[in-house]
Design a protein around this ligand. Structure first.
Ligand SMILES: N[C@@H](CCC(=O)N[C@@H](CS)C(=O)NCC(=O)O)C(=O)O
Length: 230
């Protein structure tokens, strides 16, 4: 039975940019699972699976529907134990929760400050309206005011990535010699930036750049071939 992945898209269905959806997409590829992509723009997220969900990714596998990238990865590992593991055991699963916490509190905000306006510009008009209204409510100011507060250089991101740089000078992946879900957790926000930012803020050389390039090349270059706005 085919697995279906509902994932966020921009003005065109091939512009897949959501960090959390990339985490789910890389997990499916890691497990070697065939899946069908169901791209949904911001204004259609609330209609996914008869309107039960407010966020993507959402995964349907037969009669089972799972929401949330970490839950999806855990579901895939438990349901398909014969395929390459995303966690390599219970300890790995628990430790991944720390990596998620680190990525969402340190990396996502640094990336968001660099590319929030570019994200808006990459959306279809109805989704721009939705994105502006929801984000302005969240930020308590206009998108333009929010965007103007932060310098458009990679310094804050570089500082946030320091623990990763330090680790990757000694090993190829967070998983050691091979990638695990934790790698995709950190990859997601960087791919978010790569696919939306009109200016490239990614490290161009060094251990983080080498690791990111290896992940872009995995699974037939699935992530490298993604549509970008640059
Ligand atoms: N913790 C969730 C976060 C999911 C999430 O925030 N998804 C965003 C796309 S990156 C979304 O669906 N946003 C819809 C909206 O903001 O209305 C996960 O890891 O899956």
């Amino acid at each position: 039975m085919t697995i279906q992945l509902y994932e966020l898209c921009g003005a065109t269905e091939d512009h897949l940019f959501s960090p959390h959806c990339w985490k789910a997409r890389m997990s499916l590829a890691h497990k070697g699972m065939d899946f069908t992509s169901a791209p949904v723009p911001f204004t259609k997220v609330a209609s996914v699976e008869n309107g039960e969900y407010r966020k993507v990714p959402v995964l349907r596998d037969g009669d089972t529907v799972i929401e949330e990238s970490y839950e999806i990865a855990k579901y895939l590992d438990r349901t398909y134990p014969d395929k390459p593991s995303l966690f390599v055991g219970e300890g790995g699963e628990a430790l991944t929760a720390f990596v998620i916490s680190w990525a969402t509190t340190q990396i996502h905000p640094a990336v968001g400050k660099l590319c929030v306006y570019d994200i808006h510009q990459s959306l279809a008009p109805a989704d721009q309206e939705f994105f502006r209204a929801s984000r302005e409510k969240l930020f308590g100011c206009t998108l333009e005011e929010f965007d103007a507060k932060f310098p458009k250089n990679g310094e804050a991101l570089e500082a946030a990535l320091f623990p990763l740089k330090n680790l990757l000078s000694r090993q190829a992946y967070l998983g050691g010699e091979a990638p695990v879900f934790a790698d995709y957790v950190v990859f997601g926000p960087l791919q978010w930036m790569r696919t939306t930012c009109t200016k490239d803020h990614l490290p161009q050389e060094g251990p983080v750049a080498d690791w990111f390039n290896r992940l872009l090349d995995l699974y037939g270059g699935m992530a490298r071939n993604a549509k970008t706005m640059g």
